[in-house]
Design a protein. Structure first.
Length: 677
């Protein structure tokens, strides 16, 4: 345990490391023409409450992530650059067992600061934006932990807005494009103008202190209205990113802003602009007066000369230098893997600062060193949230049952349902009981369930569900069900169900059987869109030689073809039922059950009631198969290293090792699947 003296020493050292722009202007002379200065904008994004380099599912250190390591990069950057401003892009307060514990298990009191914001306060952030996942726990929680009082009429499931502002971050959070239906005003301040004093060099070469005003505006994806419909429907609405930038940027300039920084939680899309675009930043970059963009949401790295991502290979996008339509832009990856840095060269003219883009440098600095080691964590971060971290670990160790087989997602793309079936069983059981007790008009309809794998290696070999046989605890349930969704059920026709499964099959690329060269089985569609049914009464095929929308074949229920007019009840989550993932027909209108219970809690209670899970009963049902096809060349997919025995144990006998190391340095191997078996 850290004693008081040690804490004071750590605090003193920590405070000394926080070097940057002064928080308030001091007396300075007017800016003389020719004065120059360098200003570094630092960005974190998509931290998702990965405060520690720790995996609460595996109860083990994970050096590849963690704010405590980014904090070291921040401290180093402040030593390197005499003038810095630190910003966060959003998706900050949700994402780990720590965030769920503070929001749902042991909710914070009004005077308590969220662990994530506590360490950000200590790093002295200058401002932050709001991501889509900030809305996951509802507006009441968001208002509390951000220290705001929203003027809204809450959804019926919400508790009241705190009577007075609660403890929150010490830095301003801004958001321009989410407005209250009640008063048609933004929930947060749409922008803030930061008054700072920076160290500069006069035209005569002598050092001077000079004032600067930096306007900061922020945006979030308008799709929140679908993704968190249960909290937001009829409560808030969104306005277009480009329209609001065109409104507020001149307003900030009129109030004296020398620079305007746009914190926009989204990626890049050069398609025709609409106010509801999820990734509108390509268009935002064309708005006059935006000097820099800090982006996120996509969980990618920009700039990145090697990136093959379509959004970074658009016209006007310089993925090498980090410019979008001439605007310096950075995206700092996710989970605390990197720090975004825009080094701006400023020059004064007519008493105002302007940006010399020819000398502006954009980069993303990884917590992983060139020799594959990782930067050391800043000790004060762990010391600051020691109690919260230990309480979360104690909570996730709570026992709930046993399993006689491992549940993993290493081979879920080729048919292993060991980590999917139990979720579907729990959801279907809940819905069937609910229908029997409360919805007798639907009692004759079959109840199905869909679930998807949340962890499919996106972040590397450790990013898979991996639960060993034996005792199960809450951390294992959280590994099976990652997000704080609530259980919903929808009524769909056979035709609608086919459309649903067709959308899920976008997970796979179209395979050309005649190609002799290697083809990747999986597409860029994320694992959480690969919804699947795991029922002994249901079966279907996925023909990957066909294009999207024409892949699902032989849809059968209890041995008979599914009629397009047949009706089913399907258990799912609020995200999917309300339109998340762009699944045709799922827009909230087909919902017949909107449960207040989270999918994870439903899963936990089912495991508790079942007590012992067996592979035969709970981990081997597989409703879908690939349509058999012989291919001239290898069909490959990636998974973690040395996992073939798990495939064999799950009955997946048509895979083999193709390449032991995929070359990414992320702990992945390349496997081959024989589609003719």
């Amino acid at each position: 345990m850290i004693n008081t003296i040690t804490q004071l020493v750590i605090s003193a050292l920590f405070t000394m490391s926080l070097v940057g722009c002064a928080n308030a202007p001091t007396a300075t002379n007017p800016i003389a023409d020719g004065t120059r200065a360098d200003l570094a904008l630092l960005e974190t994004t998509d931290l998702h409450t990965n405060v520690m380099s720790y995996d609460y599912f595996r109860l083990a250190e994970d050096k590849t992530v963690g704010f405590e390591r980014v904090a070291t990069l921040i401290t180093d950057a402040r030593k390197q650059f005499v003038n810095t401003l630190l910003f966060d892009n959003g998706d900050t307060i949700q994402g780990t067992a720590l965030s769920d514990y503070q929001a749902q298990v042991n909710p914070l009191a009004c005077d308590q600061v969220l662990a994530m914001y506590k360490v950000m306060n200590e790093l002295k952030y200058d401002a932050g934006g709001i991501g889509n996942h900030e809305f996951n726990y509802g507006l009441s929680f968001l208002s509390q932990v951000t220290g705001n009082r929203f003027n809204v009429n809450l959804a019926p499931a919400e508790k009241g807005i705190p009577a007075q502002p609660c403890a929150g971050p010490n830095f301003p959070l801004v958001l321009a494009n989410v407005l209250s239906v009640k008063d048609r005003q933004p929930l947060f301040k749409p922008y803030v103008i930061l008054d700072r004093t920076i160290k500069a060099t006069g035209a005569d070469g002598k050092p001077v202190n000079a004032p600067i005003k930096v306007g900061v505006i922020a945006f979030t994806p308008p799709k929140i209205l679908d993704w968190d419909k249960r909290w937001l429907n009829g409560v808030v609405y969104t306005d277009g990113v480009r329209e609001l930038a065109e409104k507020y940027v001149p307003e900030m300039r009129a109030k004296g802003a020398d620079l305007v920084v746009a914190i926009s939680h989204g990626g890049l899309d050069a398609g025709p602009y609409t106010p509801s675009m999820e990734n509108a930043n390509w268009h935002l970059a064309t708005v006059p007066g935006v000097d820099a963009m800090l982006i996120g949401h996509s969980h990618q790295l920009f700039p990145n000369a090697a990136s093959t991502m379509p959004q970074f290979n658009l016209p006007g996008v310089d993925k090498v230098k980090g410019f979008v339509n001439g605007t310096p832009t950075v995206m700092a990856n996710f989970w605390g893997k990197s720090l975004g840095v825009i080094q701006m060269s400023l020059v004064a003219k007519d008493g105002k600062w302007s940006v010399d883009k020819s000398k502006t440098i954009v980069e993303a600095r990884s917590i992983q060193n060139a020799d594959k080691t990782f930067v050391a964590p800043l000790p004060a971060v762990a010391a600051s949230i020691k109690a919260e971290h230990e309480a979360t670990i104690a909570y996730v160790k709570t026992p709930i049952g046993r399993s006689n087989f491992p549940m993993t997602s290493y081979f879920v793309d080729v048919g292993d349902t060991s980590a999917i079936q139990i979720v579907n069983e729990a959801q279907a059981n809940y819905v069937a009981r609910y229908v029997k007790a409360n919805l007798p008009q639907y009692s004759t309809l079959p109840v199905l369930s869909t679930a998807s794998p949340f962890k499919t290696g996106f972040a590397g070999g450790a990013d898979f569900t991996d639960i060993s046989a034996g005792d199960m605890a809450i951390n294992n349930a959280a590994d099976l069900y990652l997000f704080p969704n609530t259980l919903y059920a929808v009524k769909v026709t056979g035709a609608g169900l086919k459309d649903w499964l067709e959308a899920a099959a976008r997970r796979f690329r179209q395979i050309d059987p005649t190609m002799t060269t290697e083809q990747s089985l999986t597409s860029t569609a994320p694992g959480y869109t690969f919804d699947m049914i795991t029922s002994r009464d249901f079966s279907y095929e996925i023909d990957v030689t066909q294009g999207n929308g024409n892949r699902v074949k032989n849809l059968m229920h209890k041995g008979a073809p599914v009629s397009p007019t047949a009706e089913f009840i399907v258990a799912t989550n609020n995200y999917r039922a309300s339109g998340g993932g762009n699944f045709p027909g799922l827009d909230g209108t087909k919902t017949i059950i909107a449960s207040p219970d989270s999918n994870r809690d439903v899963l936990i209670e089912f495991i508790k009631a079942t007590k012992t899970l067996t592979r035969k009963e709970h981990g081997s049902d597989r409703s879908w198969r690939f349509t058999k096809v012989t291919t001239a060349g290898p069909i490959t997919f990636k998974s973690a290293v040395d996992k073939l025995p798990l495939a064999a144990a799950a009955g997946i006998n048509n895979v083999s090792l193709f390449k032991a190391d995929d070359g990414s340095g992320k702990g992945l191997s390349v496997y081959q699947v024989n589609l003719s078996k």
